[in-house]
Design a protein around this ligand. Structure first.
Ligand SMILES: [Zn+2]
Length: 283
């Protein structure tokens, strides 16, 4: 659960989102939209800090059999859609019948990969998709289902930076290999642009109204996270230097410049990245 501590100002409120303790994840370099057709209202039942295994996401909606879409542009690298059964538990000694998952895997130009699991049988082909195809963000890639290791209709979603050598995903089950990332999500507000359990999000293209310039003036303690996005510049405040403690996770993303003023410090094990990318540019 996230806990909001709003003591000093809106900004401090924004910077004091407390993550659950435990494993922390780097934020994706890519910006991803919600992987459902526009207008679908969704909630996250397992965020990256709660999914079993960690680092992946489960998303649900009350909509009936909604379309699943590519969360960013890329090449479709694998489709499995021949399975038909929801099979958890499967009773054959495996913890779950993930071997019978249906899924789509997409490679993005920035080197990250995304994966979409449990789609209904035949729905990727029915949408016109094929392996090797380039798809734009928001392209229909299947219909939400409950096929494989699943206890009800939902989208299992994960984003990964693949290993240096070897394949990027398992062809059986469909799980991505390498470093699992916490995907930065557009269309859910700029204050906390990553999935957490609780809020209702509405799927849309990446069209957040970002601030032009943004000055970061709060610090992070261990296991806290923060993503700052601005159209032009993100900078830190040197009046009270910004310190990101060990095991925190943060990303600054601005279209023109990122300025880390004197005193900025990211501690050992902190996952900090600075990107020169326009606020709503994906990939
Ligand atoms: Zn899942």
């Amino acid at each position: 659960m996230s806990l909001w501590k709003c003591s000093l100002s809106i900004l401090m409120c924004f910077l004091s989102v407390v993550a659950v303790t435990g494993q922390q994840f780097a934020f994706s370099k890519g910006l991803y939209r919600i992987g459902y057709v526009n207008g679908t209202e969704v909630t996250v039942t397992n965020d990256v800090w709660h999914h079993d295994p960690l680092g992946k996401l489960d998303i649900v909606t009350d909509a009936i059999a909604p379309g699943i879409v590519a969360a960013a542009a890329g090449w479709i690298r694998w489709i499995v859609e021949d399975n038909t059964e929801e099979c958890h538990p499967n009773g054959n000694g495996e913890p779950c019948c993930w071997r019978l998952n249906n899924y789509v895997v997409i490679e993005h130009p920035n080197g990250e990969w995304s994966q979409y699991t449990h789609i209904s049988a035949g729905s990727a082909t029915a949408a016109g998709r094929f392996v090797g195809e380039w798809v734009e963000s928001g392209t229909l890639i299947g219909i939400e289902g409950s096929v494989g290791c699943s206890t009800g209709p939902h989208l299992h979603f994960e984003v990964c930076r693949p290993p240096e050598t070897g394949t990027a995903f398992d062809t059986i089950g469909g799980f991505l290999r390498g470093e699992l990332l916490n995907p930065v999500i557009c269309g859910i507000g700029t204050a906390q642009p990553y999935y957490v359990e609780g809020p209702t999000y509405t799927a849309s293209p990446c069209d957040d109204n970002c601030a032009n310039n943004y000055v970061v003036s709060g610090s992070l303690s261990a296991n806290q996270e923060f993503v700052g996005r601005a159209d032009t510049e993100i900078s830190t405040n040197n009046v009270s230097p910004v310190v990101y403690a060990n095991a925190s996770s943060a990303q600054f993303r601005a279209g023109g410049s990122v300025r880390l003023r004197a005193g900025f410090h990211a501690g050992f094990g902190a996952r900090f990245t600075a990107l020169i990318k326009a606020c709503n540019t994906q990939n």
